[in-house]
Design a protein around this ligand. Sequence first.
Ligand code: BG6
Ligand code: MG
Length: 228
Amino acid sequence: MSSALKAFIFDLDGVIVDSAEYHYQAWGQLARKLGIPFDRSYNERLKGVSRMQSLELILANSKDCRTFSAAEMLMLAEQKNEHYKRLIEQITPADLLPGIAGLLHDIMEADHRIGLASASHNAPVIVQRLQITDCFDVIVDPGTLKKGKPDPEIFLSAAAQLGVLPESCIGIEDAQAGIQAIQSAGMFAVGVGDPVSMQGADLVIQHGEAMKYANIVGFYHVMLNKTT
Ligand code: BG6
Ligand code: MG
């Protein structure tokens, strides 16, 4: 790592807003309907991965050997997404997770750029409901990508669209697949949440006080000095 800090690239679900909980509830309802075991621990594997991959992971946990056609899979994913869309209708600006509003404000004050690297096709709607669309210079469209997290493509695409080098970016994630993606992209990886799910992160913090610009950038500079 050798560049001066230029940009922050955020994951959305579980980092900016607790929509990860709504994904959990919507998948939980589908799994119950199908009689497939599903709990919070299994749900950790779904974080950061695409809708269809998440469905495949859920079906893989089925106790019988039932198979589903591509059309049935699409229908199940659609059912989950319709439920999820109803759940996210309740999101308001008050749902920004603790520390996020201040962090976004301070990043803009410092004149750094901000990107959103979410695997969710619902991200633009959520960001709009939170009234933070204007904070983002770039929102990566996951429909344009070939590979999902843990592949670095989404973070590299965000950096390229922002016109900055990966090593001058800080990526923030709440999922193991996301941390791997940030690391593989050659960015400074900040994990938010349970350290057990943040293997390989350069810094692990919680929402609230630690989510401050000065705190995160302080650690980034420590890392920069170590590697130059
Ligand atoms: C990620 C979530 O942000 O988006 C995953 O962590 C989710 O849980 C993925 O499956 C895709 O989201 P969506 O809204 O397009 O189904
Ligand atoms: Mg997430």
